[in-house]
Design a protein around this ligand. Sequence first.
Ligand SMILES: Nc1ncnc2c1ncn2[C@@H]1O[C@H](COP(=O)(O)OP(=O)(O)O)[C@@H](O)[C@H]1O
Ligand SMILES: [Mg+2]
Ligand SMILES: [Zn+2]
Length: 468
Amino acid sequence: MAKDKTRFVCQSCGAAHPKWQGRCEACGEWNTLAEEAPAPRGPGPAAKAGGGRRVEFVGLKGSSAPPPRIPTGIAELDRVLGGGLVAASAVLVGGDPGIGKSTILLQAAARVAAAGRRVLYVSGEEAVEQVRLRAGRLGLTESPMALAAATALRDIVASLEGENDAALVVIDSIQTVWLDALDSAPGTVAQVRACAAELIRLAKARGFAIVLVGHVTKEGTLAGPRVLEHMVDATLYFEGDRGHQFRILRAVKNRFGATDEIGVFEMTGTGLMEVANPSALFLAERRGNVSGSAVFAGIEGTRPVLVEIQALLSPSSGGSPRRQVVGWDSGRLSMLLAVLESRCGMSLGQNDVYLNIAGGLRINEPAADLAVAAALVSAATDRPTDPDRVYFGEVGLSGEVRQVAQAEARLREAAKLGFTAATLPRRVARGGKAAAPPEGIALAETGHMADLVAVFAEKTVKRDRAAP
Ligand SMILES: Nc1ncnc2c1ncn2[C@@H]1O[C@H](COP(=O)(O)OP(=O)(O)O)[C@@H](O)[C@H]1O
Ligand SMILES: [Mg+2]
Ligand SMILES: [Zn+2]
């Protein structure tokens, strides 16, 4: 057998490299490689045991009951999970340190425990006393959950094996758990994967739901949650910046529910509060009648969400102009600027461009193109968009405005929040007639970006004429 050599494993994506490099070729991150001892060779535990049991094969037809769910009682969290935690499944909750992972999980654990189920909370980051302090602040000291501070996988597994009726186990965080049989340091990819595999195996065997907390790591010294995504049934990420009170929990993977589903929370002194109507919250700070602002009627997961898009243009001070984007894709912004220049005759090239999704939401939908374009054109012409108008539609390279999914749901949400107009793609008639728009919303169907630009040019003319 060849001699085992140490390898260098990227702590961000988990790719193994034979020698040290400054940059991981697999994911492009810098300074993420760390030396790790090889995994022990030889036959795996399954092969060693020999004599497997015959698996029973069945047909595709037949009835399978939906998986038993354990609702957390926190509606926003339950929706992101697809209806609650699933027994014998593993959920990874990732996010920046300090974003609120321990807070939401302590709140959820308390709810599940209050419903009469056995809940175990294993803290590897904080001492029991610190968790008690948090519980006190959240008003949860009376919760019947069981709490322990532990980091040794052996101890945790031994304790869980003695549990017969645990419904939920929280491990906060997986990066602090370590296995003494491995040479690599706690928090490395090898450790985190080995410990997670063992804990997940136990959860499946014993039938409890396990939640693993994983910090998103900036430096390469600790393995990030990404290296576990393929091992778990669902991965939720907590987003939002610490300066903002909004927190968005997003499902990026879910075997038992829709991905891209979001839950919206507000961080308060007494914990994370559910936000039942995120559109109202995201639009709460909008100021009417300022240029460079447009409201996008978006869809996040299964839910329509309205957000304000803000653009600012300022003359560039030489060199290449700045493009700064928060909450959206910067490549997509460049594309829209190019379309506005080449297809609509606007000259924006000498401006620094800042684009911001208000409220800290991250938008991935191309349907935001038209709203972003409206904000840009509004900023460039210094003409406000109509305060009661929403925008949605994808923009193609020739400037054409393309159809997007769920137009009706977007319009209904806009109507519900009191908007009276929408700029949207031309609607295709399905089966003869396009669906009637909700009451009270006037539709401006737009086939090309140039039509949008023309509307702002017209506003300019009107206003100039009206001026004394
Ligand atoms: N005494 C406090 N009063 C109000 N908010 C607090 C207090 N202590 C912590 N927080 C909030 O809780 C956050 C920490 O959340 P936590 O759940 O520990 O994050 P994570 O587990 O993701 O690292 C802090 O960023 C802060 O916003
Ligand atoms: Mg924490
Ligand atoms: Zn990598």
